[in-house]
Design a protein around this ligand. Structure first.
Ligand SMILES: [Zn+2]
Length: 222
């Protein structure tokens, strides 16, 4: 029997709340970057919540737009940053966009070190996105989970699937048309059309792009 740990206190904390609190600590304490030990001192939430939500601590930093002092990056971190820049621009990033601190957390040099040419980094990213993005529940290990929630896919929307949906929706909110390319304060989120809690699956057809304003008004209402 597999039980899921429920965080009573942090249950309703949204991605935005976590990222905004990380940004707040950096601004308030005038930090260049944010280590887990610094965040433990000044932050409102638990570091483990941030890591669970974004996969790694660095992924959280990248999502929050906080610079990361690091020489070597995992492919996932490099791709996550390309995705962020692509969303902010609303189109395929150029090499110089990667050196624009308002757009990118990781500079073009890191990509050139790994891929040689910027175009090769983009090709690697596009190939990665084009692999099957559906995150299926592993039936052998999760028989009890399936019995409980009757889902074929996991709730979490992975980078591949999220990017496919954003690209399909042209990096705009499906409800109001807002886009970060036109207004940098707009934050796009990919969300289930039929909520996961109501049996909706994490597949391209059941996902849509919404801005954070339109999404917060929606919650689990169909
Ligand atoms: Zn909207």
């Amino acid at each position: 029997m597999k039980f899921e740990f429920i965080e009573y206190n942090n249950r309703k904390v949204s991605d935005d709340e976590l990222l905004n609190d990380m940004k707040r600590v950096v601004t308030e304490y005038k930090l260049d970057s944010l280590t887990q030990s610094k965040y433990t001192l000044y932050g409102k939430y638990d570091c483990s919540t941030i890591i669970r939500r974004f996969g790694t601590w660095n992924n959280g930093l990248i999502k929050a737009g906080i610079s990361v002092t690091q020489q070597f990056w995992t492919e996932e971190e490099l791709f996550l940053n390309i995705e962020n820049v692509w969303i902010k621009k609303g189109s395929q990033p150029r090499r110089r966009d990667m050196d624009d601190k308002n757009l990118s957390t990781i500079s073009s040099g890191a990509y050139l070190r790994k891929y040689g040419k910027w175009t090769d980094a983009l090709i690697a990213f596009v190939n990665y996105i084009n692999e099957d993005g559906t995150d299926k529940i592993n039936e052998a290990n999760n028989i009890n989970t399936i019995e409980i929630n009757n889902h074929k896919t996991k709730r979490d929307i992975n980078l591949r699937l999220r990017f496919k949906v954003l690209q399909r929706d042209k990096f705009k909110c499906c409800a109001c048309g807002a886009s970060p390319a036109k207004d940098s304060s707009v934050e796009l989120q990919v969300d289930h059309i039929i909520p996961y809690s109501k049996g909706g699956e994490t597949i391209e057809e059941n996902l849509q792009t919404l801005c954070s304003k339109c999404n917060s008004g929606k919650s689990n209402v169909l």
